[in-house]
Ligand binder design. Structure first.
Ligand code: ZN
Length: 165
């Protein structure tokens, strides 16, 4: 496993649409493990393949630190409710912005054995799914932030709550 370089806003790779993964090759397996390691190293809760320069439809998410998801070709099939809160991105370091997202989502995705799964997510996990899956279509959260991005001193984590006690 290895920590990969996280691409930052301004890098064209973050604005491209990623290709689906048809077969899980050894390179894809290594990429998945590296993405998890890179995400944990950066104190993030999600990371998408284009953030490490790979234009394939895969992301990793772990909002609790002990329940990692590796999602291949993820698709949001249902949304409901609404949540408004602060969101950040490892590719826009030191910034946070307020984004309204669905509070519940259903996601279908494939695992590393290309077995299909359906995840029902709510709250932070739903937010992370929306954020990471958008990366696969070249969309950064800053495009639908309410108001300006704000600076977060000494914050490097995605979705870090700035008013946490
Ligand atoms: Zn992001």
């Amino acid at each position: 496993m290895a920590i990969r370089k996280i691409r930052v806003d301004g890098d064209e790779v973050l604005e491209k649409v990623c290709r689906p993964i048809e077969h899980v090759t050894p390179r894809i397996r290594i990429l998945a493990k590296d993405m998890l390691e890179t995400m944990y190293d950066a104190y993030g809760v999600g990371l998408a393949a284009p953030q490490v320069g790979i234009l394939r439809r895969m992301c990793v998410i772990d909002v609790t630190g002990e329940n990692p998801y590796i999602m291949i070709n993820p698709v949001i099939t249902e949304t409901s409710g609404e949540q408004t809160g602060d969101e950040g991105c490892l590719s826009i370091p030191g910034k946070v912005g307020t984004v309204t997202r669905p509070d519940h989502v259903k996601v279908t995705y494939y695992d590393l054995d290309m077995k299909e799964h359906e995840l029902e997510a709510e709250g932070l996990l739903a937010r992370a799914c929306c954020h990471e899956i958008e990366h696969l279509d070249g969309i950064l959260y800053k495009t639908h932030v309410n108001g300006p991005l704000r600076n977060v001193s000494d914050s490097v984590g995605e979705f870090e709550e700035i008013d946490e006690e």
